[in-house]
Design a protein around this ligand. Structure first.
Ligand code: DX5
Ligand code: ZN
Length: 237
């Protein structure tokens, strides 16, 4: 079994709701320590917020940096490609050690070929849509992905408020594909995790509620996961 296969098996076995710490508000001066602390705190995965300054009005990191983190961590790397041309760069992210690539329908309106190429490389493929994008934009491709990422903020920055427009999309996706991994990203806290999971989300991407929390990472991860598990009776938006 390759290291990627082992990471993928651990990720697939992680009990829902899976919490994905988003590497945007972390301590970039000490990334090996940060990744180790997340693993020790019970995280199975790191959500890498890749931004190119074109698709989103922010610029973060790319394959050379991710390659360094790969050598320091055995967490499953979910690369959220908030970039204008993922078709041009996807192989670089695979070579850097990413285990899943999440591309945006707004960047690749006809994603079938790219999704197939990512999976053909043995890497998980996920498709994401922004709050203004109607769910219909991605429904033709649901059989080509390992996961859907429903954005609940406009991508580019952490610390934003959860946009409830995501909730009917989650519910509709769950009804359409009972077994689909549905991730949600943006403004997720313990206070809203229960409703989001009750809507049908299985993967919660969390930034500021982990990296900005007063306690340690384990307390934050456990609190959000417990809140997700309590997902009782979603309140209709
Ligand atoms: C935003 C990123 C999100 C964000 C989440 O563009 O895709 O992953 O970092 O951060 P919070 O949880 O603070 O909204
Ligand atoms: Zn993200």
């Amino acid at each position: 079994m390759t290291p990627h296969q082992a990471r993928h098996r651990a990720y697939a076995a992680a009990p829902a709701p899976v919490i994905l710490p988003s590497l945007l508000g972390c301590d970039f001066a000490h990334m090996a320590d940060e990744l180790a602390a997340l693993a020790q705190s019970g995280a199975h995965v790191a959500h890498l917020d890749v931004m190119d300054g074109h698709f989103v009005p922010n610029l973060t990191y790319g394959p050379p940096v991710i390659k360094g983190w790969r050598s320091a961590s055995n967490l499953f790397f979910d690369a959220h490609l908030m970039i204008a041309d993922p078709t041009r760069y996807y192989q670089n992210f695979i070579d850097a050690g990413c285990d899943q690539l999440t591309i945006h329908i707004e960047a690749v309106p006809n994603p079938a070929e790219l999704l197939h190429a990512i999976r053909a490389a043995g890497i998980a493929a996920a498709l994401s849509l922004n709050p203004p994008t109607p769910l219909e934009a991605i429904t033709p491709y649901l059989d080509l992905v390992d996961q859907v990422l429903v954005m609940s903020v406009m991508p580019g920055f952490g610390g934003q408020s959860f946009d409830p427009v995501a909730r009917p999309k989650i519910r509709t996706l769950r009804a359409l594909k009972p077994d689909l991994a549905i991730a949600v990203d943006g403004g997720i806290k313990a206070a809203n995790a229960g409703d989001i999971v009750a809507d049908g989300a299985t993967h919660l991407i969390v930034g500021s509620a982990i990296f900005g929390a007063p306690g340690g990472y384990r307390d934050a991860l456990d609190a959000i996961r417990a809140a997700g598990l309590s997902g009782s009776g979603a309140t209709r938006e």
